[in-house]
Design a protein around this ligand. Sequence first.
Ligand code: BGC
Length: 350
Amino acid sequence: MRYRVWRRAAGLLAPLLLLALGGCAGAGRADPVTVRIGVALYQQDDTFISTVAQHLEQMAKEEEQARGIKLNLNMADGRGSQAAQNEQVDRFLAQGYDVICVNIVDRTAAAVIIDKAQAAGVPVIFFNREPVEEDLMRWEGAYYVGLDGAQSGLLQGGIVLDAWRQDPEALDRSGDGVLQYVMLEGEPGHQDALLRTENSLKVLAQAGVPTEKLASDTANWQRGQATTKMTQWLEQFDGGIEAVFCNNDDMALGAIDACFAAGLSEEELPFIVGVDATPPALEAVEAGTLKGTVQNDAAGQARAMLELACALAGGTAPGDAVELTDGKYVWLPYTTVTKENLEAFLPPAS
Ligand code: BGC
C-alpha cells in the first residue's frame, strides 16, 4: 500500500524528476538529482557476482556522466549469511535509499525482505538468485533480473554435442562409443545449479549420443572445492574421464587446475565446459584448456538493474525502461562461447 502512496507522490513529482532523470535523465542541471541504490550481494568474492558488481559501478559512472545526475551506489557484502543481509537491507531502508537490489543469500527467504521493502515503500530488484514465485508475487514493487538456467544447461550440452559430431574420437578416448563424464554442481538449492544439472545432458541424449555418468557432486560454485573433487575423481577413474560438465566457470577452472596438478598435459585434458564467461574463463577458452562456456550476461544484468532502478526512482513506468514479463521479470538470454566466436566476448584491447 505504501508503495502506491509513494508512487502517487512520485507521479506528481514525475514531471520534475523526468526533467532531471529522463528515465534517469537531466543533463545540465546545476544541482543534480541524486538516486540512491543499495546493493546487497550474497557473497562479494564470488567471481561471477564480483563481475556484476564491477559492471554496476562502471555503468553507474557512465550514466551519471551521460544523464547529469548523481547515482549513489552502496554495495554490502552478505558473506553468505541471510541474517547479515537482512540487517544490511534494514540499514538501506532506514537510510532512505530509493531502490534496493538484492542478490539474496537464501532464495527461499525473500518474503521477509519484500515485506520490509513494501512497508518502507522502497522497490526491490532481486537478481541472479531467484526468489520463489509466490514470494515475488507478494508485492508489485518486487522485481527479478536474471537468466533462465535451463537454457544455459542446454547450450552447454550443445557445445559438447557439436564437438562430438565434429570429431568423436577426440572426446571418446577409450574408443568404446560412450562418453564417460563427471559433473561438478553448484550450490544445492540454487536455481541455476538445479537447472543446469538437469538440462546439460538432454541435448546429447536427444541426439542419441551414449553417455555414462561416472560421478557427480557439488563444489558450491567454488574453484578450490572443484579442484579437491576432481583430484579424487582423477585417481578413482584413472584416465577414464572424457568430459567434465561444470555448472559454472570457477569450478571448470578448478577441474583444470586438478588435471594439471595430477600431471596431465594439455592434450590429455578431458573435454571441460563451464558457464558464465568470466574473464579468467575466457582466457582459458583462448588457451584451449576450457573447451567452451556459456555467457551469463553480467553486463546485461547490471544494465537492466540500473535502468529499472532509475525508472522506479523517477516514477516512470518500469515497462518502458526494460522488457518485463508478467510485470516482474527481466529475462536476458545466455550465449554460447567457444574458441570460434571468442573474439566477440573479449574486452576491447585498451
Ligand atoms: C553463476 C555462478 C555464481 C552464482 C551465484 C550463478 O548464476 O553461474 O558462477 O556463483 O550464480 O549466485
